[in-house]
Design a protein around this ligand. Sequence first.
Ligand code: ZN
Length: 149
Amino acid sequence: MPGLEDLYREIILDHYKSPRNRGELATPPAVSAQGHNPLCGDEITVYLQLDGNTVTDIKVGGSGCSISQSSASMMSQAVKGKSVDDVKAIVRRFKGMMSIDTEDDSPLPDVKLGDLEALQGVVKFPVRIKCATLAWNTLTEALAEAGQS
Ligand code: ZN
């Protein structure tokens, strides 16, 4: 019987080897934002297509370590097709799991993280937290670019 940590490692590797929603979107109509984690050399580009208040499409480009790239893949899967409010709730929930203070004292939204829970072990390695959150900070910048901050 594989333990939970093995299962988590498998999920992370699966997203690293077969990243979801990989590619680019034409800007405009999509918006994009770029993120960089100099501590590890991770690069992420997030392309967002919004229709009104809904993220109708998302693509991710970039390169870097398995944590940064698998987090980006899982993030794209989690937010695609969601409303901007739901996306912001997922961002808060994920950052909460990473023990990051979001300067918002309201209770954490009750949203499912799914595969993203595989990254919760990263919180034990402070240097890797920046790898795991890079895609999420870049997503937040892309939302701001779309006028949804
Ligand atoms: Zn990294």
